[in-house]
Design a protein around this ligand. Structure first.
Ligand code: UD1
Ligand code: UDP
Length: 367
């Protein structure tokens, strides 16, 4: 019986770990426990509810406007006693958040093996995204299992000298989640509001974009709205108060922008599937949109997801007002350019990543 503790703390980690928890819990030879750090609260609980996952432990660390110091220190202090009590054979973490980094560090301090889901993504610019590029590189140093979503991610790890016998290409569990949420018959009040218009679905939350870059993005969108009466923007605003202030002040008089609360994942995926265009600085949405054939303008200067760029669905546009304005304008008016980006492709897998990860972890000869 292998004792596996799954640890996560934010919305995207939860979306990508819940399908894996479900698969692991079905296996006879695994004892699975779930610890959430509560780095996010409401946005995390939304996902736990959607996937019916009840954590065994909750560190409840979230504070308004929390700093990286607070998140890291509170996780380290909170998780120690639980790891010592549970003594798992393996701790599974996901991606690149501060929950991921602090949990991997705590596991290393206690010499507990770490499995890293969504391993090997890189920009090699330590400040972009910040602090995620550092977090994922640091986790790769201590991980015993690297579950790379793509061949490219595997190559990155090999280039860094990681043992190739410990790297497994599995696909991304984001696609596992997406397979369970999309509905043919679906309605939502925001879709009713936007009926007859072209929907731009917007999200923005990166720490390095808060301030001037975010203002640049929003002003570029405002100019588009002035010139294109058939466009409406649905913007589920991240709960970070710093972001809500900027969004509220730039878009306050815009009738064709709906600033709404973070959507449940089922709603988000289904609205994404019906949008004309997506504007985002999110990581996870860059993985979901290619599967759905939805063009994404990535509001960042770098991406660790080159597969979506190669597939033609993603385009990196940065955060400058003029660039945002021109790139949206192009996709609203140049039908050929738009259609070219709409080709659905699956660079992030077939929806069976969780099964592959479980198979590898629970092989007979795996200690
Ligand atoms: C975090 C991750 C980022 C990930 C993102 C996903 C770090 C450093 N950042 O960034 O990698 O892409 O989550 O969304 O790990 N808040 C709430 N309720 C919530 C969630 C957030 O009120 O449910 C507010 C709080 O005021 C909190 C702030 O948002 O202090 C920022 O949250 P935090 O987790 O520090 O950063 P994110 O930008 O969400
Ligand atoms: N998402 C959601 N509701 C929203 C916005 C996004 O459920 O209102 C989902 C989205 O489908 C994706 C994930 O949240 O799976 C992305 O999370 P986020 O952008 O917060 O983090 P990142 O992926 O950048 O780390």
């Amino acid at each position: 019986m292998k004792r596996i503790m799954v640890v996560f703390g934010t919305r995207p980690e939860a979306i990508k770990m819940c399908p894996l928890i479900k698969v692991l819990k079905e296996r006879q030879n695994a004892r699975v426990s779930v610890l959430v750090t509560g780095q996010h609260r409401k946005m995390l609980d939304q996902v736990l509810n959607a996937f019916d996952v009840i954590p065994d432990y909750d560190l409840s660390i979230m504070k308004e406007k929390q700093t990286l110091f607070e998140i890291t220190a509170n996780i380290l202090n909170g998780i120690k006693a639980i790891l010592e009590k549970e003594q798992p054979d393996l701790v599974l973490v996901h991606g690149d958040t501060t929950t991921t980094f602090a949990t991997a560090l705590a596991s290393f301090y206690l010499q507990i093996p770490v499995g890293h889901v969504e391993a090997g993504l890189r920009t090699y610019d330590i400040y972009s995204p910040y602090p995620e590029e550092y977090n994922r590189q640091a986790v790769s140093i201590v991980a015993r299992y690297h579950f790379a979503p793509t061949e490219q991610a595997k190559l990155n790890l090999i280039k860094e000298g990681k043992d190739k016998d410990n790297i497994y290409v599995t696909g991304n569990t984001a696609i596992d989640a997406l397979k369970t949420t999309i509905r043919k018959d679906y309605s939502h009040e925001e879709l009713t509001w936007a009926l007859g218009s072209r929907i731009i679905l917007l999200t923005a939350h990166r720490r390095e974009n808060i301030g001037k870059p975010m203002e640049g993005i929003f002003h570029g969108i405002k100019r588009i709205l002035e010139e294109n009466p058939d466009v409406k923007v649905i913007y589920p605003v991240h709960l970070n108060p710093l972001i809500r202030e900027i969004a509220g002040s730039v878009f306050q008089d815009e009738e064709r922008v709906h600033l709404i609360e973070p959507l449940d994942v089922l709603d988000f995926h289904n609205i994404l599937a019906r949008a004309y265009l997506v504007l985002t600085d999110s990581g996870g949405i860059q993985e979901e949109a290619p599967s759905l054939g939805k063009p994404v303008l990535v509001l960042r200067d770098t991406t660790e997801r080159p597969e979506g760029i190669k597939a033609g669905t993603l385009c990196l546009v940065g955060t400058k007002e003029e660039a945002i304005y021109q790139s949206i304008r192009n996709l609203l008016h140049d039908k050929a350019a738009y259609n070219k980006m709409c080709q659905a492709s699956n660079p992030y897998g077939d929806g069976f990543a969780s099964k592959r990860i479980a198979d590898i972890l629970l092989r007979e000869n795996e200690s």
